[in-house]
Design a binder for this molecule. Structure first.
Ligand SMILES: Nc1nc2c(ncn2[C@@H]2O[C@H](COP(=O)(O)OP(=O)(O)OP(=O)(O)O)[C@@H](O)[C@H]2O)c(=O)[nH]1
Length: 354
């Protein structure tokens, strides 16, 4: 009997630490051949670049497939399924497939795609890993917790009280087999109470684990054997497909093409001159983020007189920057993707960053 290839879905909100967790996993894969499918919100391919540049043995550029044609959960049939089939049809198929969703994806449609005839007999969902930004959850950034959202739905089927953030959060948590409370370094003593709270809210059998920089052993993340596609009903979407949005989008066809609040978010790219002082630039980025309520900002820059490329990574008010690799032939300058709730003042943000 042919055994199915396991696939792990890694989901979680923008900047929670999905790419960091996957990178750690690749570095500690214990000889497994892992293929990655990654889908990013914002067209810069930062995650793909970070993972491709990893230089990790057993992980060649061929093993990283970027799906940048919109949100993975909305283009399942067009993009995701053919990509999976291509991976499975390789002469040497991978031992394990890891799928990183965009921070705005609902994982449920992806799990459901594993029922597709071409996939069902060959691949199975080993587990859904939902990465949370521990400090953001503790601070109530996603506001409504699941119990409250459920109560609210029971009381009133109009979804209008929910923010797009709390919707995504609730759906991503509802789908999880494992919840990773990441950035526990920033939570300190707040970690244990948050883990306990999430455990009490999670479905039966869901594991809740704290992590820093997504550093979890491969054996913890992989090989769960969950077969998530067979109990999709347990992972109900707290939020259904926003048919009121579908009505606004006459091109939408079928329920794999719902909009589920993506239109509540937007992203754009800013090109700026090269950076002279990385520390001062990080302070400027933090100011712009605060002034404009930006959720996520990331990208690359050259720095005057420096041969290395600067990576800039910001999640809410926290800005990380570090040199990651030689610039090589990259043009000098800065290229950043900015992501936030719809209505960002793009002109003002662009000007401030330039
Ligand atoms: N302090 C701290 N920072 C972290 C941790 N994990 C990730 N980060 C940082 O958080 C930022 C975002 O991490 P990513 O791994 O890119 O997050 P992501 O979920 O892949 O982001 P998107 O793909 O944009 O949704 C980076 O600057 C990371 O270095 C952690 O445990 N502690």
């Amino acid at each position: 009997m042919q055994t199915k290839i396991p696939a792990t879905i890694v989901t979680g909100f923008l900047g929670a630490g999905k790419t960091t967790l996957i990178r750690h996993l690749l570095e500690n894969a214990g000889g497994r051949r892992i293929a990655l499918i990654i889908n990013e919100f914002g067209d810069l391919g930062v995650d793909g670049d970070i993972l491709k540049g990893c230089g990790i043995e057993n992980c060649t550029d061929d093993d990283v497939v970027e799906l940048s044609n919109g949100c993975i959960c909305c283009t399942v049939a067009d993009d995701f399924i053919p990509t999976m089939e291509a991976l499975l049809n390789r002469e040497t198929p991978p031992d394990h497939i890891v799928i990183e969703t965009s921070g705005l994806a609902l994982p449920q449609p992806l799990v459901r795609a594993f029922h597709w005839p071409g996939l069902k007999t060959r691949v199975t969902v080993d587990g859904v890993v939902t990465v949370l930004d521990g400090p953001a959850v503790a601070a109530g950034t996603f506001a409504a917790d699941i119990a409250r959202v459920d109560a609210q739905r029971a009381a009133d089927d109009g979804l209008d009280h929910e923010t797009p953030l709390s919707e995504l959060y609730a759906d991503q948590v509802a789908c999880a087999d494992m919840i990773v409370v990441n950035k526990s370094d920033l939570l300190g003593d707040g970690t244990a109470p948050l883990v306990a709270r999430l455990k009490s809210e999670a479905r039966e059998g869901v594991q809740v684990v704290p992590a820093t920089m997504g550093a979890l052993p491969a054996d913890v993340l992989l090989g769960r054997g969950q077969g998530a596609e067979d109990d999709i009903s347990a992972r109900h979407e707290v939020h259904h497909h926003h048919h009121h949005h579908d009505d606004d989008h006459p091109d939408d066809h079928g329920d794999h093409h719902h909009e589920h609040g993506h239109d509540a978010f937007e992203s754009f790219i800013v090109d700026a001159p090269e950076v002279t002082d990385p520390a001062a630039f990080a302070v400027k980025v933090a100011d712009v983020i605060r002034d404009h309520g930006i959720l996520r900002l990331k990208g690359f820059a050259s720095v005057t007189d420096k041969p290395m490329r600067l990576t800039v990574q910001a999640v809410g008010p926290r800005v990380d920057h570090y040199f990651d690799r030689p610039l090589g032939g990259d043009p000098r300058g800065a290229r950043l993707v900015v992501i936030g709730q719809a209505g960002l003042d793009q002109a003002a943000i662009t000007q401030a960053l330039q």
